[in-house]
Write a protein that binds this ligand. Structure first.
Ligand code: URA
Length: 212
C-alpha cells in the first residue's frame, strides 16, 4: 500500500532496534516485531503522528496504537469525531476503518523502554518526510507528544526553537499546512490526568475547524 520511501517493512537501519526486535520476536514468536506501517486513509486530510509502537500493542499487532493502552483514548476520540467506523482497535482483523485520517509513528520500530534515541529518531525521519509529502495541500498534522512534534519540525527542516510544544497548540508550517499538538495519550498521561478525555476532545475540536 505504501511506497518503500514512506514505509519499509525490511528496514534494519537502527542496529539497536533491529537487535531488540529480534530478541522480542524470539520471546514472543506470534508478535509482529517489525517496523509498523502507517494505518488509515491514503488520501487523509488528517495525519496523526505518534511516538513509536508499544511492546504489547502496535508491536504485537502490527498496527499503530492497536492493542495499546494509548490507543483506548485515541480510537475512542476518532470514532466520536467521525474519523472511524468503531471505537475499539484490538487486532488487524477487527474491521476498523479510518475515514479522512491516517496514523503513523515518528519511529516505526519498538524501542527499548519506549524511548528511541536521538539518532534513531533522526534515522527514521526520512519516512515521515516522505509520508508528509503524500498529504493533500490543506492537510492537518496532529502530533502526540513532544518527540512527534520535534520529528515533524525536523522533517520540514525547521529549527526546533521555531515553536515550542504545547497542548492544543497550532502552528502554521511553511507549506501552509497546520500542525496541531497534543499531549500523548499514553497510559501515564491518562492515569495521572495530565491528559483528560475533555482535553483530548478540545484538540479534535481545533482540528475539526481546520479540516472543515
Ligand atoms: N502505540 C503506537 O503505535 N504509538 C505510540 O505512540 C504509542 C503506542
Amino acid at each position: 500500500m505504501f511506497s518503500k520511501q514512506v514505509f519499509d517493512l525490511d528496514c534494519r537501519a537502527c542496529k539497536r532496534l533491529d537487535g531488540f526486535l529480534s530478541k522480542v520476536k524470539h520471546k514472543h514468536p506470534d508478535y509482529h516485531a517489525r517496523p509498523v506501517a502507517p494505518f488509515g486513509d491514503k488520501n487523509a486530510q488528517l495525519l496523526i503522528v505518534g511516538l513509536a509502537p508499544g511492546m504489547h500493542g502496535a508491536n504485537a499487532t502490527g498496527r499503530p496504537f492497536t492493542g495499546d493502552y494509548a490507543g483506548l483514548l485515541l480510537y475512542e476520540a476518532l470514532f466520536d469525531f467521525g474519523y472511524s467506523n468503531q471505537k475499539d482497535s484490538e487486532s488487524l482483523g477487527d474491521g476498523l476503518k479510518l475515514n479522512n485520517c491516517r496514523i503513523t509513528n515518528a519511529v516505526k520500530c519498538l524501542p527499548p523502554q519506549n524511548k528511541p534515541t536521538g539518532p534513531e529518531i533522526n534515522q527514521c525521519n526520512h519516512f515521515l518526510l516522505e509520508e508528509i509529502k503524500t498529504l493533500p495541500d490543506k492537510a492537518v498534522i496532529m502530533v502526540l507528544g513532544g518527540i512527534a512534534h520535534n520529528a515533524v519540525l525536523k522533517a520540514y527542516g525547521l529549527k526546533l526553537s521555531i515553536t515550542k510544544f504545547g497542548h492544543n497548540k497550532k502552528f502554521q508550517l511553511p507549506d501552509g499546512r497546520m500542525l496541531v499538538s497534543s499531549y500523548h495519550c499514553s497510559r501515564y498521561n491518562v492515569q495521572t490526568k495530565r491528559l483528560t478525555r475533555e482535553m483530548f476532545a478540545d484538540v479534535f475540536i481545533t482540528i475539526g475547524a481546520l479540516v472543515g
